[in-house]
Design a protein around this ligand. Structure first.
Ligand code: ATP
Ligand code: MG
Length: 447
């Protein structure tokens, strides 16, 4: 078994070996190489201690990224490579790092501490593949299986629960029954895990090819850290527009957008306000007035709790707030929205609405889709034509109004806004002279 190793990777292994230590590429890079995917980074495990690693790479820049945990990073060819001493991990009682790590001189110990068999293989050109836990076979059959006893491994570090789901989602693997049972049994331990760690794994999970399957099969695990989703489980919508319960509709909508965190997170929460917003009219028909606004507010809470960046939160919440807006292929209407939300959000809203429609029942689907196509076409036409919908594009600006004698910032802002509205409504062309004439009249009239 030979794995292709890039030059720098070989160099790192050779340097350590030539100094009397052993060293292997380990973990994700071995897994990905074996399944024919180019690794996005290379990690190393070695018998050398952190001090020894630094000495061997004295002629390179090294960075202490966690010497206490055995890891030194070496800068080579502009890239950072993490090299970690063989180690045995203790329990992760603070849910971030193992309480105590012990260094070891046996590769077996290091592989035994790793989470899943497919991630517990090591390789170098001299010793070949070191596969002590059947990772090669699990990889071939597409299986996620804990190294050792699943219950114990999840108790040591509950993040592994989410990592199992993440790998199953991304790689399209099935989770071996004992591992799967332990995931469901130990899911409550995720309550003790730092939000930042959950966030990283959860976003990867959501962007996996098989996210839909995992979100359905392991919804009880997901709802440990997002309990708000529980309201959508088995929630029937009693509407001709829907042929799935709310959670299944949600998951189908997640699957209908590109695997990109912003869109996937938006779809996961787009209807989260519905259960609380539900009202029933005299005919027994259910309505969800205000679910967009409520959903956006709930989502803000959830994403804050998961420590998502605030720009990301704002973008998601805007999309959720407007996801159900009934757009028409009407130039003025679209420009009003463009003014309010911007081009980027409007274009993303088109993707969100398409994903939502495709996750609804076939009732009126063709009409909904053809309207959306017409809206998208008009939206794109406006954006590419350069027609004015924003202050930035308006042919007059604040200093033009200053020259007309306006002095108050508020008044200038309001006047520009009114002029922009008139341009958008088609009452005025976007031409400087005409806009200034109108501004003068507005000043004279005290508008
Ligand atoms: P990716 O392709 O996403 O980087 P990866 O397998 O490299 O996948 P990392 O999070 O980079 O995942 O971790 C590197 C390796 O460290 C894993 O392959 C695994 O062997 C080990 N590992 C990471 N996190 C844990 C954990 N919580 N418990 C046990 N082993 C872990
Ligand atoms: Mg990695």
């Amino acid at each position: 078994m030979k794995i292709y190793l890039p030059e720098n990777v070989k160099l790192i292994i050779d340097k350590l070996r030539n100094s009397g230590y052993n060293c292997y590429a380990v973990g994700g890079c071995v897994r990905d190489s074996l399944r024919g995917v180019a690794p996005h980074d290379w990690d190393f495990t070695t018998s050398a201690t952190p001090d020894e690693i630094e000495r061997v790479f004295a002629d390179h820049r090294t960075i202490d990224v966690g010497k206490n945990y055995g890891t030194v990073a070496v800068l080579m060819g502009g890239e950072l490579y993490e090299i970690t001493t063989y180690r045995i991990d203790g329990k992760y009682s603070d849910s971030r790092h193992p309480d105590a790590v012990r260094f070891s001189d046996r590769i077996k110990d290091d592989l035994a501490r790793r989470d899943f068999t497919v991630n517990a293989m090591a390789y170098n050109d001299c010793d070949g593949l070191i596969d002590l836990f059947g990772g090669g076979q699990d990889l071939a059959f597409g299986v996620i299986r804990c190294v050792g006893r699943p219950d114990e491994r999840f108790c040591e570090d509950a993040l592994r629960i989410l990592r199992a789901l993440r790998f199953a989602s991304v790689l399209g693997f099935t989770i071996e029954p004992e591992t799967s049972e332990a995931i469901l049994k130990q899911k409550g331990l995720l309550n003790d895990i730092a939000a930042e760690r959950i966030r990283e794994e959860f976003l990867k999970l959501l962007c996996g090819d098989k996210a839909d399957f995992i979100l359905r099969r392991y919804r009880k695990v997901i709802s440990v850290f997002i309990p708000e989703l529980r309201g959508t489980f088995d929630f029937e919508q009693n509407s001709r527009h829907h042929n799935r319960d709310l959670y299944r509709h949600t998951v189908a909508a997640v699957h209908n957008v590109e695997p990109e965190p912003l869109l996937r997170v938006t779809m996961l929460f787009h209807d989260i306000g519905k259960p609380l917003a539900q009202t029933t009219d005299k005919q027994g028909v259910c309505h969800y007035h205000g679910h967009q606004k409520l959903g956006a507010a709930m989502t803000r809470e959830i994403l804050r709790r998961l420590c998502m960046p605030s720009v990301f939160i704002d973008e998601v919440c805007t999309l959720i707030r407007w996801h159900d807006e009934r757009f028409k292929p009407d130039t003025v209407m679209i420009k009003r929205y463009l003014k309010r939300l911007g081009a980027d959000a409007m274009q993303k809203l088109m993707l969100v609405q398409r994903a939502d429609i495709l996750a609804q029942s076939p009732y009126m689907r063709e009409e909904k889709l053809s309207n959306l196509t017409a809206v998208s076409e008009e939206l794109n036409r406006i954006i590419t034509s350069g027609e004015c919908y924003s202050l930035r594009q308006l042919s007059v600006n604040g200093s033009d109004l200053l020259h007309l004698g306006m002095s108050s910032g508020i008044q200038i802002g309001q006047t520009l806004d009114q002029l922009l509205d008139k341009v958008i409504e088609g009452e005025l062309p976007n031409e400087k002279e005409l806009l200034l004439d109108r501004a003068k009249i507005m000043i004279d009239n005290g508008e």
